[in-house]
Design a protein around this ligand. Structure first.
Ligand code: VGL
Ligand code: ZN
Length: 208
């Protein structure tokens, strides 16, 4: 069974959102083509879903500014602008994303004391989200990952998939993803490649 994981294709990470990823909206038509013509048996989407007092927000740390390093529950933490707050437009999926064929939505980032870049578990690796269990139950053997942002949630999701779904072939779809920092994107792709994740284009998938 072939599965597609769409990571955080939300208003908050697109231009006009609270934590915009440059050109983040450009992946929406590509994601739609993959959804509609990619030949996937199972399609899942993750949704960053923070309470208003989430500890990753600079606003919760007196004197801190967004994008500075800080601490959360004793761990180093990038402090973000308030983003993807539950029940706000910023947390909604991009309005053009075709959710009709999405089988399962995995929300994450609900615990104010820990961030959750990965769609599979919190950054401290303590609490699991349930996505790995869902994909195992669907007997998924191949998982393609794309979305926003390459250097954070996409990378952590792909690497966790590798750890948590043994015997599943994992690939990263480069042109269906965008990142926050160009240097971070480059090292994220290198880290994924070094662990054996295939780096592919949507064209290769659509041609198959
Ligand atoms: C993300 C930073 C904070 C992401 C989520 O989706 O990559 N990045 N929250
Ligand atoms: Zn977040």
């Amino acid at each position: 069974m072939k599965a597609l994981l769409l990571v955080d294709i939300q208003n908050g990470f697109c231009p006009g959102g609270n934590l915009p990823v440059p050109h983040g909206d450009e992946i929406v038509p590509i994601a739609n083509r993959l959804i509609e013509e990619g030949g996937y048996d199972v399609i899942v989407a993750s949704q960053d879903w923070h309470p208003a007092n989430h500890g990753s927000f600079a606003s919760q740390h007196p004197g801190a500014k967004p994008f500075e390093m800080g601490e959360l529950s004793g761990q180093p933490q990038v402090l973000w602008p308030d983003h993807c707050v539950q029940e706000t437009a910023d947390a909604e999926f991009h309005p053009d994303l075709n959710l009709d064929a999405v089988d399962y939505i995995q929300q994450k980032g609900d615990n104010p004391a820990v961030d959750s870049y990965s769609a599979f578990r919190d950054n401290d690796q303590a609490a699991l989200t349930g996505l790995a269990g869902y994909l195992r139950a669907q007997q998924v053997t191949e998982l393609d990952v794309c979305g926003l942002a390459t250097d954070y949630c996409v990378k952590f999701s792909a690497l966790d998939a590798l750890d948590m779904l043994p015997n599943v072939k994992i690939r990263f779809i480069e042109d269906a993803s965008r990142g926050i920092d160009p240097g971070g994107v480059k090292s994220a792709i290198e880290a994924m490649r070094a662990r054996g994740i295939g780096i592919v284009s949507s064209q290769e998938i659509l041609e198959d």
